[in-house]
Design a protein around this ligand. Structure first.
Ligand SMILES: *[C@@H]1O[C@H](CO)[C@@H](O)[C@H](O)[C@H]1NC(C)=O
Ligand SMILES: *[C@@H]1O[C@H](CO)[C@@H](O)[C@H](O)[C@H]1NC(C)=O
Ligand SMILES: *[C@@H]1O[C@H](CO)[C@@H](O)[C@H](O)[C@H]1NC(C)=O
Ligand SMILES: *[C@@H]1O[C@H](CO)[C@@H](O)[C@H](O)[C@H]1NC(C)=O
Ligand SMILES: *[C@@H]1O[C@H](CO)[C@@H](O)[C@H](O)[C@H]1NC(C)=O
Ligand SMILES: *[C@@H]1O[C@H](CO)[C@@H](O)[C@H](O)[C@H]1NC(C)=O
Ligand SMILES: *[C@@H]1O[C@H](CO)[C@@H](O)[C@H](O)[C@H]1NC(C)=O
Ligand SMILES: *[C@@H]1O[C@H](CO)[C@@H](O)[C@H](O)[C@H]1NC(C)=O
Length: 711
């Protein structure tokens, strides 16, 4: 899919360079190279729905990095004496809404059921594959990474090929690992003289997975609980598949299919789930195999060479046929190189971890956080950058989640919570659309307008009746709930937002917080998009939307700056309660475009006061791109660059977003927000002035191709 050029012209502050960017040169300049495994992050190959994390051997020989997917989930056994009916019957507490009706919220319910519903289903690590080394007499050796010499590993970003070379006993070994782009397979080619003498083999192992840990990092699953799960081996189940291993954990079953060169396979012992693959070809110094994971058996699998081809074609296509930003070539500012590195590596890692059929979890497919679940409010940061970079094929895979979750979200709003109308989007979710119990999970509201922004960007790229009709139902139900949640205050004559609710920073008392500034602005923006949507469809705009949009409370203000919410103390700027979490106030003009009624002078002072008052040492991840956008919009380009390269906003040697002070590594909302900010700063935003409006004029040569502007 390609964006019609006129939409690019319509919205952009673009400079058109004479020569196309040498994309391959810019990309491969940042090919990651390692000489030892990292204790915190794997090198990865993958396709967005599936990723394979590798240690220095290109496999999982020494470190059990995860093989994870968007589809691999399991439920633990229910708490003792409980049945599935207890899940359906779970009820939390009721709190009065502003209109007086009692709302049922899913928290403070019976503890064992509540915890089960939070930690289930959880995301599964599908297995591990590694090398087996033997001594000259054939004994299997238990070696460590320090037994290898001349170690080098390079990831070719242009083709998605991971090449690991090292020596064992002085004899060279090379492992090439790639991932198919259309199926969830890796292809591996091992080259070494050690193969000829039978001294190299491959193991396959399967861990137990459960929801005991909220965060499973760096590694997912347990290798000690063999009796809790089962595996079984089938030989030569089909023409292309030499062996198939069926892995069952409680009610979930996963199938691993091995193809490629001929091999023999044996199980180490009935008490373990470790299998040993020995290449059959004698006198050959290469062994190529494929491994495919799925929920059911694969009747045919790609050959290792077909997987390598799928990888190189898929990646070249990705790099060539989407947006591109080159801030390195021709720039004299010494910071350009590091920023370009972050851009390229983030693009790679988002494509591997975050381009699947569902919104991604914060740690992508690297390890598990929040049990592997995804957060609908974070989906903006994970995915909206795809729109600016024109990766519509990737974004459309997951953004249909709003259609898929519409029914459960209507039920949440109207059945569970008793609102007269609309759909309320959940928060901490699994592929069934169920949102986990919890105060924050139930009372956060800033995920609500997101689908309107997703729809808006899609319509900018594809301004057709099809797009309008496709999103119509989601837009309608989303806006209906926004309008019904805002309540007319007879005393003040305005529509109020909250309570009960949590604002973006999650640091307020949910039952007495009224009119948070960011959410008010976002409500205005969202309802405005919804109104325009219906107008474009030639339909009448529901009166309630317009009434609420025009009648919403004004942004709370005190002494020349906006306040986080209406009834917060005026001196919240120095209160540790309110300055240690997401600085959403700086998003009023930056992350968001100016919304109706926003006073740009007040918002500028607010932004600058956030910069000096917030406890920056406690910020993390997407906070920094958010601050960068707040600087870019008001023409403080130097400050924008400083935020993107802030010492607390780190990307490791292979571009993995470091969690920082608050969350485990990796934390991909930081990468997505970086790419969104870069898109905005390089291509511009509606109403901006000049080319690359977010970059300083001196020292930066910004070249942009195929990008779309931000709102
Ligand atoms: C886990 O159980 C829930 C019911 O609570 C069900 O909807 C879901 O499909 C199950 N998921 C898996 C992976 O078994
Ligand atoms: C085989 O080699 C290993 C290490 O090289 C050694 O420890 C072991 O004793 C040898 N076994 C036999 C049967 O020679
Ligand atoms: C292999 O060696 C490691 C440490 O080097 C040790 O922890 C582990 O138990 C050994 N495994 C076996 C099967 O001997
Ligand atoms: C899994 O194994 C670990 C380590 O041996 C143990 O602590 C844990 O209790 C086991 N889990 C279950 C559910 O038995
Ligand atoms: C109406 O607005 C006033 C002032 O903002 C506030 O104190 C009061 O709680 C609101 N009433 C309701 C029912 O929300
Ligand atoms: C607000 O919630 C807190 C904690 O749940 C509770 O102690 C307090 O009584 C509640 N206040 C009101 C006005 O409901
Ligand atoms: C904002 O400030 C500028 C310069 O101080 C002033 O000219 C302008 O009138 C102000 N705008 C508003 C809406 O107050
Ligand atoms: C700022 O954050 C740090 C943690 O990064 C914390 O130790 C400190 O107490 C915070 N300061 C304030 C004023 O909240």
């Amino acid at each position: 899919m390609w964006t019609p050029l006129f939409t690019l012209l319509l919205y952009a502050c673009t400079a058109y360079g004479a020569n196309p960017i040498d994309r391959r040169a810019v990309v491969t300049r940042y090919n990651p190279v390692r000489r030892a495994s990292s204790p915190t992050t794997p090198m990865q190959v993958g396709n967005g729905n599936f990723a394979f994390g590798a240690d220095i051997t290109g496999l999982q020989t020494f470190q059990p990095w995860a093989i994870m997917s968007t589809w691999g989930w399991k439920n633990d056994s229910l708490p003792e004496g409980k049945t599935i009916q207890d899940v359906y019957d779970y009820a939390g507490i009721t709190l009065p809404a502003n209109d007086g009706h009692l709302v049922q919220y899913m928290f403070n319910g019976p503890a064992p059921m509540q915890q089960w519903m939070i930690s289930n289903p959880n995301r599964v690590n599908l297995g591990a594959i590694g090398l087996i080394f033997r001594s000259q007499n054939g004994t299997v050796l238990n070696i460590t990474e320090s037994d290898l010499t001349s170690v080098k590993q390079e990831l070719d970003l242009w083709t998605g090929t991971l090449t690991s070379t090292f020596k064992f006993d002085g004899i060279p070994i090379q492992v090439k690992t790639t991932s198919a782009q259309t199926v969830d397979s890796i292809g591996v080619t091992i080259s070494s003289a050690l193969l000829k003498t039978g001294r190299l083999g491959v193991f396959l192992d399967f861990p137990w997975n459960d929801g005991v840990l909220k965060f499973s990092d760096p590694f997912v699953g347990s290798w000690n609980n063999a009796s809790l799960h089962t595996t079984s081996l089938q030989l030569n189940p089909s023409h292309d598949v030499g062996a198939e291993i069926t892995h069952s954990l409680v009610d979930s079953t996963f199938v691993t299919s091995i193809g490629g060169d001929r091999f023999t396979i044996t199980r180490d012992s009935p008490a373990s789930h470790r299998y040993h693959i020995q290449p059959s070809k004698k006198f050959s110094d290469t062994f190529s195999f494929s491994s495919t994971w799925g929920l059911s058996r694969s009747t045919s699998v790609l050959s290792p060479s077909a997987i390598a081809l799928s990888s190189s074609q898929g990646w070249e296509n990705f790099w060539m046929k989407s947006g591109f930003v080159d801030i390195f070539t021709g720039s004299t500012d010494s910071r350009a190189d590091e920023l370009q590195r972050r851009i390229i590596l983030s693009r790679y890692l988002m494509r591997v971890n975050e381009a699947g059929d569902f919104p991604p979890q914060e740690s992508g497919l690297v390890n598990n956080g929040w049990y592997g679940k995804f957060h609908m409010e974070m989906y903006f940061w994970h995915a909206q950058h795809w729109a600016l970079w024109n990766n519509w094929d990737l974004l459309l895979r997951s953004s249909s989640v709003y259609d898929r979750f519409l029914e459960t979200s209507i039920a949440r709003a109207q059945v569970q919570e008793g609102w007269p109308t609309g759909a309320r989007w959940g928060k901490m979710s699994d592929p069934s659309g169920r949102s986990a119990p919890g105060q924050i999970n139930e009372l956060l509201i800033w995920q609500q307008p997101h689908p309107l922004v997703f729809a808006h960007y899609e319509y900018r790229a594809f301004p057709t009746q099809n797009t309008l009709r496709k999103w119509e139902s989601v837009v309608r139900h989303t806006a209906d709930w926004m309008a019904t949640f805002a309540w007319f205050n007879e005393t003040t004559g305005v529509y109020d937002v909250g309570p009960p609710m949590y604002e973006v920073a999650e640091d307020n008392v949910y039952n007495n917080t009224l009119n948070p500034a960011f959410e008010l602005a976002y409500w205005r923006l969202g309802l405005g998009i919804a109104e325009t949507w219906m107008e474009n469809l030639g339909q009448s705009v529901p009166k309630s939307w317009t009434q609420v949009k025009n009648g919403l409370a004004k942004l709370p203000v005190n002494d020349g700056t906006y306040k986080v919410f209406e009834d917060v103390n005026d001196d919240f700027w120095t209160d540790p309660t309110y300055i240690n979490d997401h600085p959403a106030l700086a998003g009023l003009h930056g992350w968001l475009p100016p919304t109706d009624g926003l006073d740009l002078n007040i918002s500028r002072l607010t932004t600058e006061k956030v910069w000096t008052s917030w406890n920056v040492s406690n910020l993390w991840g997407w906070d920094f791109p958010l601050l960068a956008m707040s600087a870019a919009r008001i023409g403080e380009q130097e400050q924008a660059i400083e935020f993107l390269l802030h010492p607390l906003f780190q990307f490791d040697d292979i571009g993995m977003p470091v969690g920082g002070v608050r969350v485990p590594t990796p934390y991909f909302p930081g990468s997505g927000a970086l790419l969104y900010a870069i898109g905005m700063m390089a291509q511009g935003w509606d109403g901006c002035n000049g080319a690359a409006p977010g970059f300083p004029k001196e020292g930066w040569n910004v070249r942009v191709e195929g990008m779309s502007a931000a709102m």
